[in-house]
Design a binder for this molecule. Sequence first.
Ligand code: BTN
Length: 276
Amino acid sequence: MNTTSEDQLQLNQILSTKALGQRSYFFETAESTNDHAWEKLAEGAPHGTLIVAKEQTQGRGRHGRRWFSPNGGLWCSIILDTSLLPNIQLGQIPLLIGVAITETLKNNFNLNVTLKWPNDLLVNNKKIAGILSESRQIRKSTGNITNNEKRAVVVGIGLNCNIQKENFPNDLQMEPTSILIEKSQQIDIIKLLSDILFSIENWFDVYSNEGFAAIKSAWKQHSGILGEIVKIDTGPDTFSGKVIDIDNTGALLIEEPNGNTKTVIAGDILLSRETY
Ligand code: BTN
């Protein structure tokens, strides 16, 4: 296995983005790359700054869940300055990132990836990747008496690459898979990272030029849940219905058995094949 500085050198040699990953920090072990990203942001790290770890000891998923992050995965976080992405809404970001990663995995490995709202990537209903998008209001000192408020986002990507089936714990919320399991091949994680960064940046450009409509359309093409009957757990509430669309903020639209449409801003989808 390469050292972290070899990884960083390799990335610098092949990266073809304008901003994403142009500044990077590589760690052998990190508690969570998202935490490192927030620290770097507080120190003034610019848009596109990338944090990568070979393994995480406190990797976290959505809703504070543990994220299994041993050697052999792509565990990284990217700092986004949303003021550079005019009009982008927080709920749209994981969908954009999901589309970018899905297309990269399809192009590079011919993997049959589907998207599960809001931010799971599945292969044959097994989870291959997850996205953790965190947002904070940042006070930026301008040197004037007034301070500028801006919103920063850290996007954490967890992608199971070279992990053997028997190495996953069996208490994970969703059955996991990896590129190694699906394709029986060890892959070059840094090359994949470089392609993912390029794809994300490209989708940001698409967003800037065409707005969310283009992302929404791509997301729907890759969605594995559109038209499906699902159970939704919103925390306080669980209900069933048919996934009919996503709206222009990235929220999920569910048609309930009584014909009403519910808008879901946050929650977990529990896949079920039952009809109603
Ligand atoms: C989920 O599906 O719940 C999201 C998982 C996100 C995991 C990644 S791994 C890199 C980054 N650092 C973390 O602690 N979490 C994200």
